[in-house]
Design a protein around this ligand. Sequence first.
Ligand SMILES: C[S@@+](CC[C@H](N)C(=O)[O-])C[C@H]1O[C@@H](n2cnc3c(N)ncnc32)[C@H](O)[C@@H]1O
Length: 264
Amino acid sequence: MSRAFARPPYPTTKSFVPAACHMPLPGQAPWYPPVMVGADTLAAKLENIDYRAQALDLMNKLTPDEYTTYLKDFYAHGQRQYGADWRYADIVTVLLCLSEVLQPRTYLEIGVRRGRSACAVARKSPYVAMFLFDMWMANYAGMENPGPDFVKNELKKIGHKGPASFTDGDSHKTIPAFFTKNADAYLDIITVDGDHSEAGAAQDLCDVLPRLAIGGAVVFDDISHPAHPELNGVWKALVENDDRFSTFSYREAGYGVGFAIRKY
Ligand SMILES: C[S@@+](CC[C@H](N)C(=O)[O-])C[C@H]1O[C@@H](n2cnc3c(N)ncnc32)[C@H](O)[C@@H]1O
């Protein structure tokens, strides 16, 4: 059974994602809140554009591992069997879509591993400034976890041209330290895909959510992962049921993924 989680306080911010917002002309009153796009519009895009083909193309450019080799066959089978009706989504298709629409200037990720999700963002926003956090746990999910130099090289292959900073260590220490040091930092897209324990994932979300820019997106992976059933409750309590976000949650196949756009 999932626990109740206390939502973090959200300080008022004037940080907006330009591609997601309408700003009134000088002299005009701001009748509406500025955010023009949310999860429904983005879900339609996710449905209408073949981000799976784009994800496949991306993975073909990256160094393969056991998981991506399996995933490519999974994509091909689903596409063959269900064609354009197939609604499959995952962290890569979602990040390709969000990055295309939001054109993020900044991206923070907890849980980088081999850089696949970070590369999806870089693919669509080559100049994005990346803040990447991992403790590079050895033998993660039974596969090697080679660390920052490997990821830097993967980002280079994809054509990332912006800065990338790597912070090594436990996110429960490194993320609070990062926001203490960067007291005015707000991010355009944030991915939480590190600690998969219930308390750990909830803490990561609580640490980053207040620093999401208005109109920005948070992505949370594995909300229907059979080995981590608690993550769905964490996502629901801290994001899906919070009116400040419009949300998309995919649980049909694979390990599931959620994303949310911050409205205010
Ligand atoms: C699921 S993988 C990330 C996959 C990546 N986002 C992708 O889509 O390719 C999770 C990563 O989180 C890292 N991790 C787990 N617990 C962590 C913690 N407390 N602090 C920092 N990193 C952590 C692991 O080392 C691992 O590399």
